[in-house]
Write a protein of this length. Structure first.
Length: 720
């Protein structure tokens, strides 16, 4: 990027000024350049505890006004009690700033900084903001001072101390519908009553379509909708305007409606928002020992980091600016950044808490957990984000609980997203477009719903991490080796992946690159795979339900698979209690690498499919490993299908490839006659004793094994 002479002079002067004034930056782990004194030389200091609106509270003997630099001094409690559009220049909190809970309030400012000893309270669990009022913080559209703040950390809410925000309880935050919403409707039927929802609330519906290849990527035209409640009566909602699109559910092989979409409520009475989303946007970042408890808040059009290549300000060894960046990493809507939490764990048992909140609009990630641990992220909604809705950033994140969140409409950077770089060098994944994106395995993921992400519902396949340091205990500071322990992520399993659901507009329900035990996972209307798995060693998928739009199978180029396992590097794969209907294939395991060449993996291993039910174009497609050169060697891989039922998928005509229950030849290596090991079938269609082997179709069984009975089936040879 070329700069003109005047720009170079300005940049150079900014660097010189910062280098001279760097003593005003507080060193904080994980924050290059440190945390500036955003509100140095205040014009309004608190001199006593009292109301913000009381002139006696302030050193200036007047209520803070336009561009005032406010400092809440240590030991003072100031109660914010105004509804004001006056732009306060900045607010430093070293004492306590508490918003009035029984009257509406609005504070507009360019920046709020909560220092180590300070506290910001906008409602609390014991005293939330009353349901009949609102509390609002507006981050002013103000140009960032690059001399004071070259890394653009400010213009938002930053915390090293304590923040509690608690709006009126809004439960459920999202709910499943009882009927399919159709274009033109003004009424919605809910699965259950939503007592805390009310007229004027904004609700969102996902795009639930199973997209064709021609509808993905740059060709995608979203059909999610944000609508407003006109009235609500128990489990019935009336909208202020009719729906523009259908939001269909999922059907089984007999076209019976089985699963319905959810709607999420974005409205809260505690609101943190940017004044001008097209201008200088605000962000929130919580660092070091920050004690954060956020519940039932609305975060609207926040976040400043953009999708694409990151460009960070660089500092030299003395902390002076070496180069100003233009797209800083880490300025997200909500960001727990190296936030180890308080040394004394809060009463709820979590180092940080985000519950019941709504993120509406973010240019990159919505909720970001980065090198922060033992937190609770529960009952939240992330809507209209980019890259991913809810994220763990670098893979060290450990023992966080992600429970019952709804992430929908996350745009990516293309069908297979390009990777930008940290300063143009190291990889920066997480831009594909996902509801949830987890860089590492060491967290609990349960009861969540992902819909309408460009690529993944859940992304857990970001690539190798090797050894990482995680906290040895709650509150452990990972900048100190003595408070950490070293773990090998290659062997580490996902702590929990249970009762999650993904649907609509996605290419894969979950992409998994770690060892895991997946339980009770539901996927519908995914265009590529229900489960995409390339685990490092061992994977068990127990009770996975996948539904596809079988009307798309008339197109030969649409090949959605229920479970796709590239287990060429894995030793043990088990798919148990799978129920897959309406897909091109039920379970597919190609045993090939990306270049369509066989890979033997890390020694012998197995793939077992048991107690499954399949109504698909082809039920099980396993390209088992090539037979080793020695006939006495064990096979590199052994595939077994046990006690599984295969039934025809009605209404789908055979095309280029014949319909089949079990196949070894489906779209595999045309002309390749090298011998492969067979699939072992036990108790076919749950018929005890109906056991046989299925061979690659170009191999006559007698040439590879003695058989008492042989017969050629549509897509392979059977040897009993």
């Amino acid at each position: 990027m070329k700069m003109g002479l005047s720009a170079l002079i300005v940049a150079a002067s900014a660097m010189t000024a910062f280098a001279q004034d760097h003593s005003h930056a507080r060193n904080v782990h994980g924050v290059p350049g440190g945390v500036p004194e955003f509100c140095a030389n205040p014009t309004a200091n608190s001199v006593t505890s009292g109301a913000w609106s009381d002139a006696a509270t302030w050193s200036s003997k007047k209520v803070p006004s336009n561009d005032d630099r406010v400092n809440i001094a240590a030991g003072h409690t100031v109660t914010y009690d105004l509804v004001s559009d006056t732009k306060i220049g900045c607010v430093d909190i070293r004492g306590r700033l508490s918003f009035k809970t029984n009257a509406s309030t609005r504070l507009k400012t360019a920046n709020i900084m909560v220092w180590d000893e300070g506290a910001l309270e906008i409602g609390a669990p014991v005293n939330p903001i009353s349901a009949n009022v609102t509390a609002e913080v507006v981050i002013a559209d103000q140009k960032i001072d690059r001399t004071l703040d070259p890394a653009e950390l400010g213009n938002g809410i930053e915390a090293l101390g304590r923040i509690t925000m608690h709006g009126a309880v809004k439960l459920p935050t999202f709910i499943r519908l009882a009927q399919e919403p159709r274009a033109g409707q003004t009424e919605l039927a809910l699965e259950q009553a939503a007592a805390s929802w009310k007229a004027g609330d904004r609700i969102v519906l996902a795009d639930t379509r199973q997209l064709r290849e021609s509808e993905r990527g740059d060709a995608y035209k979203p059909q999610d909708e944000k609508v407003t409640i006109a009235s609500i009566n128990g489990d019935k909602i009336t909208l202020t305007a009719p729906l523009k699109f259908d939001h269909k559910g999922a059907r089984d092989g007999d076209d019976r409606l089985e699963f319905l979409p959810h709607i999420g409520n974005l409205t809260r009475n505690v609101v943190i928002r940017s004044e001008n989303p097209a201008g200088t946007r605000g962000h929130m970042i919580y660092m070091s020992r920050a004690d954060i408890d956020l519940r039932y808040i609305e975060v609207r059009e926040m976040g400043r980091t953009r999708m694409g290549v990151l460009d960070n300000t660089e500092f030299n060894d003395q902390g002076a600016v070496a180069r100003l960046g233009t797209n800083q990493i880490g300025r997200y809507a909500i960001h727990f950044h190296h936030d180890f939490g308080p040394k004394q764990t809060p009463a709820n048992g979590y180092q940080f808490t985000l519950v019941g909140s709504a993120i509406d609009g973010a240019p990159k990630w919505g909720v970001t957990v980065h090198n922060s641990h033992y937190g609770l992220v529960q009952d939240n909604i992330a809507y209209n984000t980019h890259g991913a809705g809810i994220v763990t950033e670098d893979g060290t994140e450990s023992n966080n609980v992600f429970d019952h969140n709804f992430a929908l409409r996350s745009a990516g950077s293309g069908e297979f997203a390009p990777r930008s770089g940290y300063g143009g060098a190291a990889p920066d994944p997480g831009g594909e477009g996902a509801g949830f994106w987890f860089r590492g395995p060491n967290n609990y993921i349960r009861n969540n719903v992902a819909a309408n992400g460009d690529v993944f519902g859940f992304g857990l396949a970001a690539g190798a991490l090797g050894d990482v340091r995680i906290p040895a205990f709650k509150g452990g500071d990972t900048s100190k080796n003595e408070e950490t322990k070293l773990v090998d992520t290659t062997e580490m399993p996902v702590l929990e992946f249970v009762n999650n659901e993904a649907y609509g507009g996605i290419q894969s329900g979950v992409a998994l690159g770690w060892n895991a035990d997946i339980k009770n996972f539901r996927v519908w209307n995914s265009s590529r795979h229900g489960v995409t798995a390339t685990p490092t060693d061992k994977l068990t998928i127990d009770t996975v339900t996948v539904r596809g739009d079988k009307s798309l199978l008339s197109d030969e180029f649409e090949s959605p698979a229920g479970v796709w396992v590239g287990n060429y590097i894995s030793k043990s794969i088990t798919v148990r209690n799978a129920n897959v209907q309406g897909m091109r294939t039920g379970v597919t395991s190609p045993f090939f690498n990306a270049d369509q060449k066989p890979e033997p993996g890390r020694g012998d291993g197995s793939m077992t499919i048991e107690n499954g039910y399949f109504r698909d174009y082809a039920g099980v497609v396993v390209g088992t490993a090539y037979r080793t050169s020695s006939t006495t060697d064990r096979p590199v891989k052994v595939a077994t299908v046990r006690s599984s039922v295969f039934e025809p998928l009605n209404g789908v005509a055979a095309g280029m490839f014949p319909l089949s229950a079990i196949s070894m030849n489906y779209r595999m290596a045309p002309g390749d006659t090298a011998p492969r090991d067979p699939i072992f079938v036990v108790d076919f269609n749950k018929q005890s004793g109906d056991n046989f082997k299925v061979y690659y179709s170009l191999q006559a069984p007698n040439s590879v094994a003695p058989c008492n009975e042989t017969r050629q089936v549509i897509d392979g040879w059977v040897c009993k």
